[in-house]
Write a protein that binds this ligand. Structure first.
Ligand code: NAG
Ligand code: NAG
Ligand code: NAG
Ligand code: NAG
Ligand code: NAG
Ligand code: NAG
Ligand code: NAG
Ligand code: NAG
Length: 470
């Protein structure tokens, strides 16, 4: 009796062990099958990369399937956007952004074939999961009437704040519809900020940001601006607005470091790229610029302010029909320094003045800041112009540096410039002053060599003392 009881409990234990084994192996097989399929983080409200559930708003054929590595798509149409170019789709875009923000590797989708009217908005990236993508394949439209633009958002249209590890891409268009702002007085509503007009896309306190493939057009003012940001890549974008649109910079950088802008086409009414104070380690290459004012450092040091710009490389650029080519401009009376700048492999076609340093830069509107008696300037040192070839319509070069803060280590290497008209212009001697450095042949026209003074050892301490302010 005791013995058979022991036997049955042994059998019972055996059965338990066998069942546990069975369950675990089934479980393990299940886990294995799961892993062999792409993992989905989140079903979202819309479609996933596995099988796109079509939204009832979406007519016709589906847009191109998303990248296989993206696991979640958040289409604005699923968040109430109409995409008719008339309805206000701002809330839908913000809602899609906020939902996508919580999911790693999510994509907010602006589908092709639709136009979304968006009021000035802020898309806050703080706390967002990494690898967020804004996929713009359709068109984003800004409000077209300057008079209805909210006064509290004059600074920008779409403001990305605290975006980290974020990409904007797609074949779509960001249209600032700025023509109303370009006309002289339509926008002058605010007493406090009469000159402020919205930037189309602005990044503020952002890092690890990529902007690629999209088109940004007709901004009221600047098209793409980065301030207080770092680790920025801009690749294969197109920026256009008419040459008569005033103050429409292409890309504007301020207090921003570690930037690469490349393989892009920029043509607008002002600078193609404008590099302002606080920028360093900026590399711009393979860019087509024109129309517009060229690629500029500055204006720096306005109203006696301290400006610091360093480690800038600009190479493989084609300028067509621009006012300037490569340019450094500083306001009289500024402080700080510009150092270690290289402009190389530059082609110019019908450019007003291909090479410019102007330490007496003055906006026509601000003549009172440009009186001759104002002393001091942002110091400029270590600027190389190497392999600059093509034709100009005004002068080949201007190196206009100040008496009290001369430019030092300005090098001219292999410059070959012809007048567009075939009628050689002489240099303007008043715009060739106080620049010290070396030159290396070929230099055409040869007179450009007279724009440089040799050596400058005795004045280098001035630049060094200015660098200490940075
Ligand atoms: C199977 O996966 C689940 C959850 O993913 C886990 O709790 C369990 O331990 C796994 N089982 C085996 C046998 O790996
Ligand atoms: C996707 O879902 C639809 C509707 O549920 C179904 O008809 C279709 O076969 C699915 N396609 C794939 C590739 O799973
Ligand atoms: C550049 O952008 C255009 C327009 O979006 C796109 O068609 C093209 O494929 C992009 N090129 C590369 C190399 O990504
Ligand atoms: C801007 O002014 C020009 C010239 O006066 C005019 O032709 C154009 O229609 C105006 N544009 C807008 C949007 O008001
Ligand atoms: C985001 O971070 C990942 C991982 O570090 C990196 O591979 C990716 O390039 C980053 N994306 C951007 C836009 O910086
Ligand atoms: C942006 O950065 C600059 C330089 O680091 C700093 O002086 C400025 O205060 C920053 N802007 C804001 C709004 O914090
Ligand atoms: C000049 O700038 C380049 C590019 O950013 C950098 O690689 C180089 O180290 C800098 N040179 C000096 C002396 O700082
Ligand atoms: C100006 O330079 C460009 C680029 O090198 C060239 O294509 C064009 O023919 C030149 N124009 C004249 C008038 O020489």
């Amino acid at each position: 009796m005791k013995r058979s009881k022991n036997l049955s409990s042994l059998l019972f234990l055996f059965l338990i062990a066998f069942l546990t084994f069975l369950i675990t192996s089934v479980e393990a097989r299940k886990n294995h099958t799961k892993k062999s399929k792409p993992h989905k983080h989140h079903q979202g409200k819309g479609a996933t990369s596995g099988n796109r559930t079509h939204n009832s708003h979406l007519p016709g054929p589906a847009p191109a399937p998303p990248q296989p590595q993206q696991s979640t798509i958040f289409p604005v149409l699923s968040f109430g956007a109409k995409g008719d170019g008339v309805s206000d789709d701002s809330k839908a875009l913000v809602a899609a952004w906020e939902a996508a923000c919580r999911v790693k590797g999510a994509t907010v989708e602006i589908p092709s074939g639709f136009k979304f009217l968006i009021q000035p908005i802020t898309l806050d990236g703080s706390g967002c999961m990494p690898d967020l993508v804004l996929q713009i394949d359709g068109t984003l439209l800004a409000p077209s009437k300057a008079s209805t633009w909210p006064e509290s958002s004059l600074f920008q249209w779409i403001n990305f704040k605290y975006a980290r590890n974020f990409t904007i891409q797609g074949t779509g268009i960001v249209d600032g519809q700025g023509s109303d702002w370009w006309n002289s007085s339509a926008h002058k509503r605010s007493k406090h900020t009469p000159d402020t007009k919205p930037t189309a896309l602005r990044f503020y306190f952002s890092s690890d940001v990529t902007v690629r493939n999209i088109k940004i057009i007709n901004s009221p003012q600047c098209h793409l601006k980065f301030d207080n940001s770092s680790w920025i890549k801009v690749n294969n974008i197109t920026i256009t607005s008419p040459d008569y649109s005033p103050n429409t910079d292409g890309i504007h950088l301020q207090n921003t470091q570690n930037v690469e802008i490349h393989h892009s086409t920029i043509g607008c009414g002002d600078d193609c790229v404008s590099i302002q104070t606080g920028c360093s380690n900026v590399h711009i290459h393979h860019v087509k610029c024109g129309p517009g004012h060229g690629i500029s450092l500055g204006g720096l040091g306005k109203a006696g302010s301290v400006a610091c710009v360093s480690n800038i490389i600009v190479n493989n650029i084609l300028f067509q029909n621009t006012q300037s080519g490569v340019r450094i401009k500083t306001w009289p009376g500024g402080k700080g320094s510009v150092k270690n700048v290289s402009f190389s492999n530059i082609q110019v076609s019908n450019v007003g003045v291909p090479i410019v340093i102007d330490q007496n830069y003055c906006d026509n509107m601000k003549k009172h800041l440009c009186q001759n008696q104002i002393r001091g300037a942002v110091a400029i040192s270590g600027v190389k112009f190497d392999n600059i070839i093509g034709n100009y319509s005004k002068e080949p070069i201007r190196l206009a540096c100040s008496n009290d803060t001369p430019c030092t280590d300005v090098d001219l290497i292999d410059i070959r410039l012809k007048p567009t008209t075939g009628d050689p212009r002489s240099l303007r001697s008043d715009l060739c002053r106080n620049s010290y450095g070396k030159s290396k042949a070929p230099l055409l026209p040869s007179v450009i060599d007279y724009c440089l003074r040799r050596d400058g050892g005795q004045v280098k301490h001035i630049a060094r003392s200015h660098e200490k302010m940075c």
